[in-house]
Design a binder for this molecule. Structure first.
Ligand code: SER
Length: 558
């Protein structure tokens, strides 16, 4: 069964049970400062669960791409090392907004898995929260699961929380035993036991049924919600692997074409074991990059942009490891990725060339420093090993970050491979010092910049193209237009003439933003601005410096 058929069968099953289909939300949460990326299908329903919004219908079904690389849910380190963790995955979900409860969700999940998808009942296990007697007995009463396969587990595995605060509740998970051949435990097998929630890939979680009952407060207290809601998440990639008779999500039709493309670009065949890690990292990471960039997240040095940058650099380093030294590869995987993911989100087709350009620019910029950074790392590691030291000082890790653009976790991966550790506290200290310094520099730069503005010479000047700081590989260029903007800082007018001048400059901000979007693309958003009597400044991000032709077009349009 192809992945798109699995998705369709899920939707159809729940449509028959009066669930309304809801489109996926973009991977960037709207108005939710507790999250960098959508990390669960329930994010878009959070306000309904909290009683802050009324649902339009009592039941819903959907599929949501979830990115789990930061905050409470972070799988980044596992990705590529095994064959079932991903930085982003598609979560199929059915939802009850204060409508049905535990009984229906358990019996429907069981029916769908065992009758529609025909999974072998003998291989399925159900876990419930240790004190949830109701869920425990429902599994016994409304399904024919073997009673020994119903297990009680603690908070770590069976109490689901979206973030540090917000909706949460006990959950019941369905796990699949994929047989002894799926065990991938490395190391001393004495004492290792394959088991549900264990440390190998034999048993994997397929579906999580969450019973949202509480709103977790800042101090950790659980406030009971007026209604119980149901939030379920079934991993499409994992179920597709089961339906396609493979132990690896990378060997399903959701990833295999990308793996094949990597093989042909690198001339290195895929290895399903540990040696296939670079292929898996590249295939996984390009998909997350494509989906996030097409939702207008740009690689940068902050927040979600920095998460993307880390992902891209981790991938580039694995590309380098498989012999693709100095050759950007990720951007060449974009068309295959879009071809697969258009079944999930048809709109991404329109953004193909934009996404490709962003990835290519970012990748190329990083390539320039990757080799010298790796050389520098080797020198540091050699010195540590020669001196019998086990920890790379924070100052060295910071130098790798600051000069070669190595995110801390990249240095940590390299260090682990050599049996070394990194002093991350020392790294953080250097970071704080640098931030303070750069704030001071910015203040000086700004006063210099307003001085030059008043001379009113250029119509545009890039403000961040400095030497060999991480920003030297920053493809997200903050550009500054001088002329007339709106929405950001504005000087208080002292006279009627001032007021009119400021109003004119404000109007032109809107013209400028519209022209930028028309010429460069709709990813252009205002990042800051200044409106004054004699000039305006408008900050926005774009992945490369503007050409004279683009600037002329923008001028003409305005
Ligand atoms: N919210 C739960 C999860 O993310 C089920 O959808 O696992």
């Amino acid at each position: 069964m192809r992945a798109r058929e699995v998705r369709k069968a899920f939707f159809e099953y729940f449509r028959e049970k009066q669930h309304t289909f809801v489109a996926p939300s973009p991977v960037v949460p709207r108005n939710d400062p507790t999250l960098l990326f959508i990390n669960a299908g329930m994010n878009q329903f959070k306000n309904i669960f909290m009683g802050e919004e009324n649902p339009l219908f009592p039941r819903a079904v959907n599929s949501q791409l979830c990115i789990r690389v930061s905050g409470k849910h972070n799988d980044l380190e596992e990705v590529g090392a095994d064959t079932h963790h991903l930085t982003s995955f598609e979560m199929l979900g059915n939802w009850s907004f204060g409508d049905y409860g535990k009984k229906e969700s358990i019996s429907w999940a069981w029916e769908l898995l065992t009758e529609t998808f025909k999974l072998n009942k003998k291989n399925l296990y159900a876990t419930v929260f240790e004190t949830d007697d109701e869920a425990f007995s429902l599994w016994q009463q409304v399904t024919d699961i073997s009673h020994e396969h119903i297990l009680r587990c603690g908070k770590k595995d069976n109490f689901w929380e979206m973030a540090q605060t917000g909706p949460c509740g006990p959950c019941s998970e369905i796990h699949l035993d994929r047989g002894p051949e799926a065990c991938d435990f490395v190391g001393d097998t004495e004492g290792h036991e394959c088991r549900v929630n264990g440390d190998c890939a034999r048993y994997i979680e397929l579906w999580n049924l969450v019973f949202i009952q509480f709103d977790c407060q800042k101090d950790g207290q659980l406030k009971e919600l007026p209604h119980l809601h149901v939030d379920t998440g079934l991993g499409l990639e994992r179920l597709a692997a089961v339906m396609q008779n493979t132990l690896s999500v990378y060997e399903t039709d959701l990833f295999w074409p990308i793996i094949q493309k990597i093989e042909s670009l690198s001339n290195v065949s895929y290895d399903p074991g540990p040696d296939g890690m670079p292929h898996r990292v590249l295939a996984d990471h390009v998909r997350t990059l494509v989906m996030a960039i097409s939702d207008h997240v740009m690689p940068s040095n902050e927040g979600r942009g920095y998460v993307l940058r880390r992902i891209l650099r981790r991938a580039a380093r694995y590309g380098n490891k498989m012999g693709l030294t100095g050759k950007p590869i990720l951007y060449q995987l974009v068309p295959d990725t879009i071809d697969i993911m258009k079944a999930y989100q048809p709109d991404i087709v329109k953004r193909k060339s934009f996404v490709q350009e962003v990835i290519k620019a970012e990748e190329t910029a990083f390539m320039d420093t990757l080799d010298s950074g790796l050389e520098r790392f080797e020198c540091i590691a050699k010195e540590m090993l020669e001196k019998g030291k086990a920890v790379i000082p924070g100052t060295d890790a910071f130098k790798l970050y600051d000069t070669y653009g190595f995110p801390l976790d990249l240095t940590q991966i390299l260090a682990t491979e050599r049996g070394l550790e990194v002093d991350s506290d020392g790294f953080e200290k250097c970071m704080i010092v640098q931030k303070k310094r750069s704030r001071k520099d910015t203040a000086i730069q700004q006063s210099e910049s307003s001085a030059s503005v008043s001379k009113g010479k250029d119509t545009m000047a890039p403000v961040r193209q400095d030497g060999d700081s991480p920003d030297s590989t920053d493809t997200c260029i903050l550009a500054e237009f001088r002329g007339a903007p709106g929405g950001g800082e504005a000087r208080m007018p002292e006279t009627e003439t001032d007021r009119l001048q400021i109003a004119r400059h404000h109007t032109v901000t809107h013209l400028l933003q519209a022209a930028l979007r028309q010429v460069l693309g709709d990813h252009v958003n205002q990042a800051g601005s200044l409106v004054d009597t004699d000039h305006l400044r408008f900050d926005f991000s774009h992945f490369k410096t503007l050409t004279s032709e683009e600037k002329n077009k923008i001028d003409k349009l305005i």
